[in-house]
Every structure is written in structure tokens, then in C-alpha cells.
Design a protein around this ligand. Structure first.
Ligand code: OAD
Length: 227
């Protein structure tokens, strides 16, 4: 079966990484607009670097949980495309390869001047020179609000070719990811949601399994790998 999975912050919650909208538009005590927009970065690059330095450190000590591990097993039984909105590398550290990071990755850096990309050091500062052009224009390779998500061509194609689309641990209010279920459904896929609570776009799914990802994902994978 051809399956496209979209994961969100909920799959990493039980690994100890904070979700985005746990309370009042704050993310780890920062306003999202201050730390996740190009305007916020232009205003205070040191604050934004410091914020992602902390996220990078937290992600590096977090461990993949049973849900990340279950998706590795799924890939051995089905033709899987794994898309994540998460910037952590817990899918990779669970053993998944070819993970599509549509919102970028904490462990990557990029140059705002020349577009060069390289592995991010644990601590980044606004003064860091780009290894290619030398300009102090380095930034985390993270897609901020108002910027274009990455790898979209490949993702739309996978959705259109899928028999099954599954969203795991995402609230369903940030586009284009929030439109994936509708797009896959229109192209003939069955759509399933695994989430702790009902999401914003629950009506776009044929079925829903509610509960913590570390429990629901392994159980669902067991089931679909038996078929
Ligand atoms: P959110 O923080 O908006 O939503 C997290 C979702 O996970 C909610 O639906 C929760 O009910 C669910 N959840 C929480 N704990 C869970 C658990 N243990 N098991 C299963 N589900 C659980 O995160 P996202 O939807 O991923 O974008 O956020 C989407 C995007 O908005 C992010 O990628 C980021 C953010 O702003 C950018 O940075 C561009």
C-alpha cells in the first residue's frame, strides 16, 4: 500500500519536546511572532538564535518514543513517504531515512545572503560567517511564518499517489500541511487522523483514533502490518 504520513509536534510531545500552541500563542514563554517570523529575526537576531539554540539543545537530548519507532517498522511493510512539520530529528534517530522536513530542521543552518546550507553547530550567533560567502547572514534552516515550506512538489506528488494519508499529532491549522488531507482525499486516498484531541480539520478525515501517540501509533502500525 502507498502511504503518506504527516507528523506534527504531538508525535514528539512524549519525548519531552514542547508543542507549539500549548497555551495562549506562547511557545516556551516566547511569542511565536517574535521567534518564528522573518520580521522577528530582523528585529532581534540574537534573541531568535538563542531561542533555536535552546530548541536544538532540547532536541539533542530528547529520545525518540514508541511512535517514532513504529513508523520505522511501517516502512518495512509498506511504500511509505514520511513528511514532518517537526524541526527535531527524532524520526532519523529512530532509524527512519529520507524524512521530508517541510518546515526545515534545527540541525541545519543556511545563509540568508547566498542560500548555502550546512550542518548547524549546537550554538549559532548573528556574527557567524557563512562558510561559503563569508557574510554574517547565517540563520537556522527553519521555515518561519510567511516563508515557503520546503519540498512541496515532492509532497503533493506523494499525496496524489497515496492509497492512505495519515496525520499524526498535528492541530491542523497551519497551511499548506492542514490542506494535505483534503488534497489526498480528492485524489482517492483514505484519510486517517491519530491525535490526542480533535484537530481543526477533523472533518477532512474518514476516521480518527484519539489518544497519546506512543500508544495509538504502535497499535495502528501493528494492525496495518498484519493486513
Ligand atoms: P501544535 O502544537 O499546533 O499541535 C500539536 C497537536 O498534537 C495537537 O493537535 C495536540 O492535540 C496533539 N498532541 C499533543 N500531545 C500529543 C500526544 N502525546 N500524542 C498525540 N498527539 C498529541 O503543532 P503542529 O500542528 O505540529 O510551524 O504545528 C504546526 C506548525 O505550526 C509547526 O510545524 C510550526 C508551528 O508554528 C512552523 O514553525 C512554520
Amino acid at each position: 500500500m502507498r502511504i503518506t504520513i504527516l507528523t506534527g509536534a504531538g508525535i514528539s510531545a512524549e519525548s519531552g519536546l514542547a508543542t507549539f500552541r500549548a497555551s495562549d500563542g506562547l511557545w516556551e514563554n516566547h511569542r511565536i511572532m517574535d521567534v518564528a517570523t522573518p520580521e522577528g529575526f530582523a528585529k532581534d537576531p540574537a534573541l531568535v538564535h538563542e531561542f533555536y539554540n535552546m530548541r536544538r539543545k532540547a532536541a539533542s537530548v530528547a529520545q525518540p518514543n514508541a511512535a517514532h519507532l513504529a513508523l520505522l517498522r511501517l516502512a518495512t511493510h509498506h511504500d511509505l513517504t514520511l513528511v514532518t512539520q517537526n524541526v527535531d530529528d527524532l524520526h532519523e534517530r529512530a532509524g527512519s531515512t529520507d524524512v521530508i522536513h517541510m518546515h526545515g530542521a534545527l540541525n541545519r543552518a543556511t545563509c540568508a545572503e547566498c542560500g548555502h546550507g550546512w550542518p548547524a553547530p549546537m550554538v549559532m550567533t548573528p556574527e557567524d560567517p557563512c562558510p561559503a560567502c563569508g557574510k554574517p547572514a547565517t540563520r537556522p534552516d527553519i521555515v518561519w511564518f510567511g516563508e515557503m515550506p520546503q519540498h512541496m512538489e515532492r509532497i503533493w506528488q506523494a499525496l496524489e499517489a497515496s492509497d492512505l494519508f495519515v496525520a499524526i499529532g498535528t492541530f491542523g491549522n497551519v497551511y499548506p500541511a492542514a490542506g494535505f488531507a483534503q488534497h489526498a482525499g480528492r485524489n482517492g486516498a483514505t484519510c486517517l487522523e491519530l491525535n490526542l484531541d480533535t484537530s481543526m480539520n477533523a472533518a477532512d478525515f474518514d476516521d480518527q483514533i484519539l489518544g497519546p501517540a506512543s500508544r495509538t501509533v504502535p497499535a495502528w502500525v501493528d494492525d496495518i502490518c498484519r493486513r
